[in-house]
Write a protein that binds this ligand. Structure first.
Ligand code: UDP
Length: 342
């Protein structure tokens, strides 16, 4: 049985990936410092899969612990989610972001190199493209100057990975996520935003359940059909499955380059208003919203060309926008009634 380390494995995308890994027959060990996740997620993963992943609670900035971990454990591959991810916060605290997202990446890669662990999957983001000149966005679209320290850590992370693979036995795949949404069909795991959600879907579900008064739609004067901005929203379970495909590619030595990059999106874009309408239809209720000013730093439109992932990873998003929105809504209801948040 292959043993896979998932850093940040109790977070939103991490927890869904752990479930998919276990269900695909991998033995999983998680490192998570619980800075933006909850220990109870471990039990909820276990109740979905019937298998309790091994868990180590520590901060990857503790370099010695990272090295000790890799010396003690026999690991076949690493999926690295652990990172800070609040774009706005990163603008105010850039050093926190460079330390949390860059130092930790360096420590993990060094420990991997020292212990002959060769397969690494990196969480990257479509933010590296900025406002792309052509849509849909292919992997060869130029990387644009980052809009935030967070975005910059993803670009630098990709470069670190690429440079490391050229001089070591390491093989790396960076997955550039478009907009991950939704929750597990069991409604046992999902997104747990801290405070006021910055992202669209949690804001919508919190509004619908009555925590927020109304959704503010950031701008209706974009050059799109209905004037609102367009994104490629992908179900977190589909995204999780892309990680398994990428990992298998490395483990089975099917990668064509030592460092590869794949877009992970659905290939089609939805405007904010389309999302609101789809949510209303899927959940059969009205959503209060108003139009406000554009949000600083937002781009007009982004959606993926997924040809490369389809061809090379044999992966394609399968769940619909309705699946995404309904699962997010079921999760929100579950949080509300169940005091899942402790
Ligand atoms: N958005 C919005 N109201 C909100 C949150 C987001 O209108 O309260 C819009 C945002 O301007 C963008 C889209 O929804 O066009 C997706 O935003 P999100 O923050 O979820 O993801 P991003 O693409 O910015 O990473």
């Amino acid at each position: 049985m292959q043993r896979i380390l998932v850093t940040g494995g109790l977070g939103f995308i991490g927890s869904h990936t752990v479930v998919e890994l276990q269900q695909a027959g991998y033995d999983v060990v998680i490192i998570d410092d619980l800075s933006n996740s909850q220990l109870s997620v471990l039990d909820r993963i276990t109740s979905i899969t019937g298998m309790k992943p091994d868990f180590h609670q520590f901060d990857l900035k503790e370099k010695e612990k990272v090295h000790q971990f890799f010396q003690q454990e026999k690991i076949d591959g690493v999926i690295h989610f652990a990172a800070s991810k609040a774009v706005g916060e990163s603008v105010n605290e850039p050093l926190k972001y460079y330390e949390n997202n860059i130092n930790t990446l360096v420590y993990v890669l060094k420990a991997m190199n020292n212990n002959q662990v060769e397969n690494f999957i990196f969480s990257s983001s479509c933010t590296v493209y900025g406002q792309a000149d052509e849509l849909p966005i292919t992997e060869s679209a130029p990387v644009k100057t980052a809009e935030s320290p967070y975005g910059n850590t993803k670009q630098i992370g990709e470069e670190i990975l690429k440079e490391t693979t050229t001089v070591s036995n390491l093989n790396g795949i960076a997955l550039r996520y478009f907009n991950p949404i939704g929750a597990h069909a069991s409604a046992k795991i999902g997104e747990l935003p801290i405070g006021v959600p910055q992202n669209l879907i949690p804001y919508i579900t919190q509004t619908a359940i009555g925590i927020r008064e109304e959704l503010s739609i950031f701008g209706d004067d974009y050059p799109t059909e209905d004037g609102t901005a367009i994104r490629d929203y992908i179900h977190v379970v589909d995204l999780a499955k892309a990680h398994i495909k990428a990992l298998e590619r490395l483990i089975e030595n099917r990668n064509k380059e030592k460092y590869e990059v794949f877009n992970v999106g659905t290939g089609s874009g939805s405007s904010v208003l389309e999302i609101v309408k789809a949510f209303e239809k899927a959940t059969n209720q009205d959503l209060a919203y108003k139009i406000v000013e554009r949000r600083a730093g937002d781009i007009t439109a982004a959606f993926a060309d997924t040809t490369l992932a389809e061809k090379e990873l044999n992966w394609k998003a399968e769940l619909t926008l309705e699946d995404c929105l309904l699962s997010a809504w079921n999760w929100q209801k579950k949080i509300h009634e169940n005091t899942l948040v402790e």
